[in-house]
Write a protein that binds this ligand. Structure first.
Ligand SMILES: [Zn+2]
Length: 438
């Protein structure tokens, strides 16, 4: 058997705070392939301004570029349009970076009928909610502190879901905003399943696009209300609340106003009469904003990068529905079973990593990276039960907020990033198992 070239894959998680920015570098001999997955932060949870994180990333790319050549990325993946995943792309510093491909979910494709309708609804709902929340903040008496706290959290959710037009312009090459070159966006997944296994310039390095779903029934679950009847649609389309229950441990769904995405029963009973513009109290507005947050999360690009059998699982912020779409498909399940690395969804919140995934599918002694920064109002993120389950499985947990060197893991001297590096033995070709073994 001829020896294959030695391959390494490094995943660098930038410590932006409450947001995602990951640089994947695959090296085979002298050939290098680089992918950036997301670049954004929640302003309320940042550890440094996003422009500093952008500069750091571009400095890293510049240092890695051959002399006389511009900083270069083979692929940028923008998993979904929440600002904590894309805000950094608004920065003009990207104009000096050469980018071969940009991958975004098909909801960003203006020529895709399903995507265009869904994106329009999500954006319209976000803008309307931000306006309504602002009006409620003016109207509700300051002494009602509970309501104002709900409204503040609702506004964070709704603003996050508004996205960033300058960032999306750059990613899609619109309005004269682009990179050093003008890469053509690739909208994923493709309608043709064969096109969702994407080869790279390196032999044996392949991306598998597993989500978001294009199944009409599942797209319906991502869709916010038809017109402005927000909670009516939420109640109609989610009669059992199946899409909004916490994924990790819904039996232990203790009330947490800040992340409780269930539509209150009282609202569901009266939902038929509700219109978005009639939402008035803080509880209703928070419920609506939280449903919208989930809807946008479920548009996330969910993919596996397979580097000669060493698999990296990136899920964006996929939540219930999006995960089921993957785990219910045997081929997809095999790809996400016992990976080398799992990028923990949605900053470790309770509704973005299925319990069964952490406990039995992820396997033992694997690596997991958690992009997280403290947001004072959200003490329940990350979910303690998730952390415990990962610890019990012997997972090497790498937290952006608690950088610590360890086996295969290095940390920047200024703790601005953590990196895990895998070396793929020259002739070893692990293939995905077809059944979970945990
Ligand atoms: Zn998100």
């Amino acid at each position: 058997m001829p020896a294959s070239p030695r391959t390494t894959v490094a995943v660098r998680m930038y410590n932006v705070g409450f947001g995602d920015a990951f640089l994947i570098t695959v090296t085979q001999f002298r050939t290098v392939w680089r992918m950036l997955v997301d670049c954004g932060v929640f302003p309320a949870g940042q550890v440094r301004p996003i422009r500093e994180s952008v500069r750091l990333i571009i400095d890293d790319l510049t240092a890695a570029a051959p002399a006389g050549q511009p900083p270069h990325l083979d692929v940028i993946v923008a998993t979904h349009h929440h600002i904590d995943h894309i805000s950094g792309f608004a920065d003009p510093a990207w104009e000096k970076v050469e980018v071969d491909e940009v991958w975004v979910p098909y909801v960003e494709d203006p020529r895709d009928r399903d995507g265009k309708i869904l994106r329009g609804q999500l954006t319209t709902a976000a803008h309307a909610l931000v306006g309504l929340i602002g009006a409620a903040q003016q109207r509700i008496a300051a002494a009602d502190e509970d309501s104002h706290e709900r409204l503040r959290v609702a506004k964070i959710f709704a603003t996050n879901s508004e996205g960033s037009d300058p960032a999306t312009d750059r990613l899609l090459g619109r309005n004269d905003t682009t990179f050093l070159n003008k890469p053509t966006p690739r909208y994923v997944p493709d309608r043709d399943p064969a096109k969702n296994t994407i080869s790279t310039t390196l032999p044996g390095v392949t991306a598998h696009i597993l989500g978001p779903s294009r199944d009409p029934g599942e797209v319906k679950k991502m869709r916010p209300p038809k017109s402005v009847a927000w909670l009516k649609a939420a109640a109609d389309e989610r009669p059992t609340n199946a899409d909004t229950r916490p994924l990790f441990d819904h039996i232990h769904a203790v009330p947490r106003a800040e992340v409780n995405v269930a539509v209150p029963e009282r609202l569901r009973l009266t939902a038929a009469a509700l219109k978005l513009d009639e939402l008035s109290n803080a509880e209703e507005l928070l419920a609506a904003a939280a449903i919208l947050e989930n809807s946008v999360n479920n548009t996330s690009v969910y993919f596996v990068l397979d580097v000669r059998g060493t698999r990296l699982v990136f899920v964006g912020d996929s939540q219930h529905g999006a995960w089921e779409h993957v785990l219910n498909n045997p081929e997809s399940l095999a790809l996400v079973t016992e990976p080398a690395l799992y990028k923990i969804g949605h900053h470790g919140s309770h509704n973005a990593t299925p319990k069964k995934y952490a406990k039995s599918i992820l396997g033992r002694e694997h690596y997991a990276m958690m992009p997280f920064g403290t947001v004072g109002q959200w003490p329940s993120i990350p979910e303690e039960k998730l952390i415990t389950a990962l610890e019990e499985a012997g997972t090497h947990l790498i937290r952006a907020d608690k950088p610590a060197p360890g086996p295969l893991v290095t940390v920047d001297a200024h703790k601005r990033w953590s990196e895990v590096r895998f070396t793929i033995p020259a002739t070893r070709r692990r293939t995905a198992k077809t059944q979970p073994t945990g």
